[in-house]
Write a protein that binds this ligand. Structure first.
Ligand code: COA
Length: 310
């Protein structure tokens, strides 16, 4: 039995915070942010919405898109580092609000790699026959843990949610291989004290090395080569890091997802948000080979390769 993505949904808050808005809040410039990161604007959730509210909106759409009912979901995995509170988990909050009565629920804490960890975990439960449908939500309200006086971090991140329902798919389709990894020795380069603290240069070096490596490793695991890849969805952290992964796979620009200019780095939400946008734009079609790759705090990384379609 192959596990694959059978439904997707996203939600981003309405409020747009542009680079020009940030110029009024701190010593930065639209030119610096655009050229160094590729970000032009990001979405910020107001006080009426916490992480679970963002995740709920994306989850509802993914379940509807999958054509199943919430009662059929066996497991809810929420990838987030900005939960409403330490416990109960966001996954349990969604279990109640969605009416997913039989679902087990837990949060996954793997920072920006969280959605990749979620997909790999869901695959195990489905392919072992233990569960049929798993809901995975990547969601962050990073704005609540940013120091709005720190230009090194505040300009990079945004809020949002992306969700996917995974379940059995036809032969040959679904998640073909995954790679997950961690290097705790790099934890000091990106962490939360009260706010997000980051050594940008160290994270940048790690990301460039690991994104490319992980793409190649996961393809090898699936018995594929870079020539087989139809589309790449990299974690949207910095356009220069994303470009390094694209060039490693020798892909033309139009075959890489780019949503960073609109949303900034939404951590665990960035890959599923991008997936929704590319599928809706018709850029990912049935039987396309799609690579998704992320990295983040921990330090962690993760990649998957899938043949798209149910
Ligand atoms: N506006 C203006 N200047 C800024 C700035 C901002 N928002 N942020 C930093 N600077 C300044 C720095 O203070 C530094 O000034 P200095 O040379 O006088 O000390 C200068 O810009 C250059 O800094 P540097 O770190 O060399 O820039 P960079 O080209 O490496 O870009 C990042 C910085 C943060 C964009 C880049 O390192 C990066 O993207 N790193 C990875 C971060 C990441 O992906 N994090 C999320 C992981 S999931």
């Amino acid at each position: 039995m192959n596990a694959g993505i059978i439904g997707i949904g996203k939600y981003v808050p309405e409020k747009v915070l542009t680079n020009h808005d940030l110029e009024k809040m701190m010593d930065t410039s639209d030119e610096w942010i655009r050229t160094r990161t590729g970000i032009e604007e990001r979405r910020i959730a107001d006080d009426s919405m916490d992480t679970s509210d963002l995740g709920f909106e994306a989850a509802k759409k993914a379940i509807e898109n999958a054509g199943i009912s919430p009662e059929e979901i066996d497991l809810i995995l929420v990838a987030t580092v900005t939960p409403d509170q330490p416990f109960p988990t966001v996954a349990c909050m969604l279990q109640e609000r969605l009416g997913a009565k039989k679902a087990a629920a837990m949060d996954i804490s793997a920072a920006c790699s969280g959605f990749m960890y979620g997909v790999a975990t869901a695959k195990q439960f489905i392919e072992s026959g233990a569960y049929k449908y798993v809901l995975i939500v990547g969601v962050e309200k990073l704005s609540k843990i940013l120091n709005w006086k720190d230009r090194n971090t505040a300009v990079l991140f945004g809020d949002g949610a992306g969700a996917a329902v995974m379940g059995p798919v036809s032969e040959g389709r679904g998640v073909l291989a995954f790679e997950l990894g961690a290097d705790g020795t790099g934890g000091k380069h990106l962490y939360q004290d009260e706010y997000v603290i980051m050594n940008g240069r160290e994270v940048f070096k790690f990301a460039v090395r690991q994104m490319g490596e992980s793409c190649m490793n996961v393809l090898e695991k699936a018995g594929l080569t870079k020539e087989d890849v139809d589309f790449l969805i990299p974690h949207q952290a910095n356009i220069r890091i994303m470009e390094s992964a694209r060039l490693r796979l020798d892909l033309p620009e139009e075959k890489m997802s780019k949503t960073i200019h609109k949303y900034g780095n939404t951590s665990a939400a960035s890959i599923p948000i991008s997936l929704v946008e590319e599928v809706e734009a018709g850029k990912i079609k049935d039987d396309d080979i799609v690579v998704m790759v992320g990295f983040g705090g921990g330090l962690t990384w993760g990649s998957i390769v899938m043949r798209w379609g149910r």
